[in-house]
Each structure stands twice: as structure tokens, then as C-alpha cells.
Design a protein around this ligand. Structure first.
Ligand SMILES: C[S@@+](CC[C@H](N)C(=O)[O-])C[C@H]1O[C@@H](n2cnc3c(N)ncnc32)[C@H](O)[C@@H]1O
Length: 398
């Protein structure tokens, strides 16, 4: 049966929310403010999941997409929405998660801060291959869409989409240092014939080890005025302009002086920028490529020490720096109970939590509240315009 209803609000994952006789219907890809027709695919009794059939009346927040693949590619969900509306929807998703999952009444969530350009911001993208072309997943599907363009990529990265022979690979990663002009291709599979004419360094990463194929297996980038080396597929913030803003917002929350505990430290983004304001920095990171980069990036900063360990296994290290300020930037799954338990052993007065998933932020906020920490402020950052992704910097105090 086909229903027609206005989309009232938005849930995480770019899902429009409509009500029929009070019952919530989740309609993927439907924009708030639009009137749409949809068909129920799964009725859960108190709520239902539906499929968008068509848009009867477009959202006042809609705009024309820039990319020809915008309606099929799963990389971007909101190219048809104005960036200012995207930012407000991201804020609402964060508020909703802190209320519903975190159990917090009226959580202190500020406006979403713009963090870089609306297009041309990504310094990295991981691609599959289809029909001899770079490809990403089709929206809500395991199928692939072969790409002619990808305008959210920084031009230094997007120009590499045309490198001859990429389509022979099993998959690959394109990345660039926006501030240095360095570029790097990380391949899966055999080096294509003619790769030596790409004019770009090429490497391969297997079982956590990097293999240099052409040129150096790393690139250089600059964030907040500080140089970084990034090797192979090692994690680094995917938007360089966004990383500047992230470092600035985290710095404002973290303060200065005393000991900083930098958990899930990656290649040292926070230790090597914000860490300069602290007397001592103790960092914990588990991935080998990242810790090698960290050691390189922190060379000469003698007040920084790095522990290669999973955070869950670093309880003794953490307990030995009791009273420090904590910055924690876990992967999508969040801190979880084990991560929170370890942080609590450090007995910090202040915790700055960087979350890339509103659901895990809600769960971590609840766990931290149970451990005696009060949320002072959450600042959503729009690091990835045109997508539903939102990065949130939250400050908790004991
Ligand atoms: C979101 S990234 C943040 C890195 C860094 N803060 C930055 O902004 O560049 C998360 C990092 O946590 C690391 N990681 C993942 N699970 C971990 C664990 N259980 N213990 C320690 N580090 C972990 C990953 O290798 C990655 O470098």
C-alpha cells in the first residue's frame, strides 16, 4: 500500500521520518520538509520501515546536486539538500541520540560547525573496481557504481581517478597531502602495466606491513601548521581543512598544562598539535603503521611518550597518569564499557570525546554518566558535507 505524508524530521543515516496516525515511518532518502509517497517494506508494529516511491512536493531545503552520480552512489546521501540544512539535521540527530540512547534530558549540543568546503574536501577515498572503472557502493546496496567523477574529492585526488590501469586492480586507495601536493596510490592486487608512468608513488599494504612499489610509501600533510607523515593506508583525518577545525575545537575543550592522555592516537594528530600545550603527553594507539608514523611525527617532542597497545589493555599505563586530561578518539564503535572502564582508571577531571557515530556517542555518554561524568557541551562538526556523517566533540567533567 502506498502512503503519502510530509517528512517531519530526520534520523541517523539520512532517514526521513513521517507519521501516519501517530505511527513513525522511516523513509530512507526522503528530505525533511518534503511531501513524499512511500511503501511500507517492514512493519514492526509500533513503527515501520518504508521505501521512497516519489517526491510529491520537494523540500524547501532542496538544491541541485553537483555530481552526476548523486542519486545512485552510496558515498553521498544529501547532495540534494542545502548545506545549511544538512548541518541543522546533523545537530538534531546528535541531540536525539544523546536523549534517546544517552538518557540525557536537554543535552547541551551547540550548532553544527562548518568544517571546510562543501565540495572538494576529501584527501582520501577507498575504491572498489567495476567495469574497469573506480567504483563505490550503490546506495543501500552491495552493488557497485562505476564513477566518472567524485566532486567531494579534493582536485589533487580526483585527477587520479583517470590513471590508466586502475581498473585492473582489485581495489585501491587514492590520497593526497593537500598542503604539500604529495599524492599516493595504495593498491590491492598486482601493479598495473604502465603504473611507472602515473608519476605518483605507489605502495601496497598487507597484514599491516607496507610494501613500497614506486617511490616513497607515504605522503606528507600539514594540519594546524604542524607537519605529518602518513604511511600507506594508515588512518588520518579524511578532510585536511576539517582536521584544522577539529584540532582547534578539541584544543579549546582540552585546555592546557599537566598531563594529556591521548587515546586512539593514530599518527599523533592531537599529541603533536594540542600536546604542545601540555607538560607531558602519554599516547595509546594499537596499529603498527600509525605508531610508526606517530614516532616519526613526534620526533623531537621529548615530552611525548607512545604506547603501542589496545586501549582496553592499557589500564596500567593509564592508571599511572592519574589526574590527566583525556582526549579519546575511538573508531566508529566508540569507547564501549571497556574503553570507559580504562579511562575511569585515570580518574581524569576532564574528558574530550571525539565521536564519529551519534549512536556510539549516545552509548558512551550514558556509560560516562554512570561513571560520574557530566556532559558539558557537544559540538557537532560538519567534516563530511553532502553525507549524513557527523563528527562530535563532547566535553565531560567529573
Ligand atoms: C578515529 S582514528 C583517530 C586517530 C587520531 N586521533 C586522529 O585524529 O588522526 C582511531 C584510531 O584508533 C586506533 N584504534 C582502533 N582500535 C583501537 C584500540 N582498541 N586501541 C587503540 N587504538 C585503536 C586506530 O588504529 C586509529 O588510528
Amino acid at each position: 500500500m502506498i502512503h503519502q505524508a510530509p517528512i517531519e524530521s530526520v534520523g541517523h543515516g539520512a532517514v526521513g521520518v513521517a507519521r501516519i496516525d501517530g505511527k513513525v515511518h522511516f523513509v530512507p532518502d526522503a528530505l525533511p520538509g518534503s511531501v513524499v509517497r512511500f511503501e511500507v517494506e517492514e512493519d514492526k508494529g509500533t513503527w515501520a520501515r518504508a521505501r521512497l516511491v516519489d517526491v510529491v512536493d520537494p523540500s524547501p531545503f532542496s538544491t541541485e546536486p553537483v555530481c552526476r552520480h548523486a542519486d545512485e552512489c552510496g558515498g553521498c546521501q544529501w547532495q540534494r539538500a542545502r548545506p545549511i540544512a544538512q548541518r541543522e539535521w546533523k545537530r538534531r540527530v546528535v541531540v536525539d541520540s544523546l536523549e534517546r540512547i544517552g538518557g540525557l534530558a536537554e543535552p547541551p549540543v551547540s550548532r553544527t560547525r562548518q568544517a571546510g568546503s562543501s565540495y572538494g574536501y576529501r584527501n582520501r577515498m577507498d575504491f572498489s573496481v567495476r567495469a574497469g572503472r573506480p567504483a563505490l557502493h550503490r546506495r543501500r546496496s552491495e552493488d557497485l557504481v562505476a564513477l566518472e567523477e567524485c566532486p567531494v574529492l579534493h582536485p589533487l585526488v580526483e585527477t587520479m581517478l583517470g590513471l590508466a590501469g586502475l581498473g585492473e586492480l582489485d581495489g585501491f586507495t587514492l590520497r593526497a597531502g593537500i598542503r604539500t601536493g604529495d599524492r599516493l596510490v595504495v593498491i590491492q592486487g598486482d601493479l598495473p602495466d604502465g603504473a611507472d608512468r602515473w608519476g605518483v608513488p605507489v605502495c601496497r599494504v598487507a597484514r599491516g606491513e607496507v610494501e613500497s612499489l614506486i617511490g616513497p610509501p607515504f605522503l606528507r600533510e600539514v594540519v594546524a601548521g604542524v607537519p605529518f607523515r602518513i604511511t600507506g593506508s594508515a588512518f588520518f583525518q579524511n578532510s585536511t581543512e576539517g582536521a584544522d577545525v577539529l584540532a582547534e575545537v578539541v584544543a579549546a575543550s582540552a585546555g592546557r598544562g599537566g598531563t594529556l592522555l591521548d587515546l586512539y592516537a593514530g599518527g599523533g594528530l592531537f599529541s603533536c598539535t594540542i600536546g604542545r600545550r601540555f607538560d607531558r603527553v602519554v599516547a595509546v594507539e594499537s596499529a603498527g603503521l600509525a605508531t610508526d608514523d606517530f614516532a616519526h611525527n613526534a620526533a623531537g617532542l621529548d615530552h611525548i611518550e607512545l604506547h603501542r597497545s589496545r586501549v582496553e589493555d592499557a589500564g596500567d599505563v593509564v592508571a599511572s597518569v592519574s589526574g590527566s586530561t583525556v582526549i579519546a578518539d575511538p573508531p566508529r564503535a566508540g569507547l564501549g564499557r571497556k574503553g570507559v572502564d580504562v579511562i575511569v582508571r585515570a580518574d581524569p577531571a576532564r574528558i574530550v570525546l571525539v565521536s564519529c557515530d551519534p549512536g556510539s556517542l549516545g552509548r558512551d555518554a550514558r556509560l560516562l554518566a554512570e561513571a560520574g561524568y557530566r556532559l558539558v557541551e557537544s559540538v557537532p562538526l560538519d567534516l563530511f558535507p553532502q553525507t549524513f556523517h557527523v563528527e562530535v566533540v563532547s566535553t565531560f567533567v567529573r
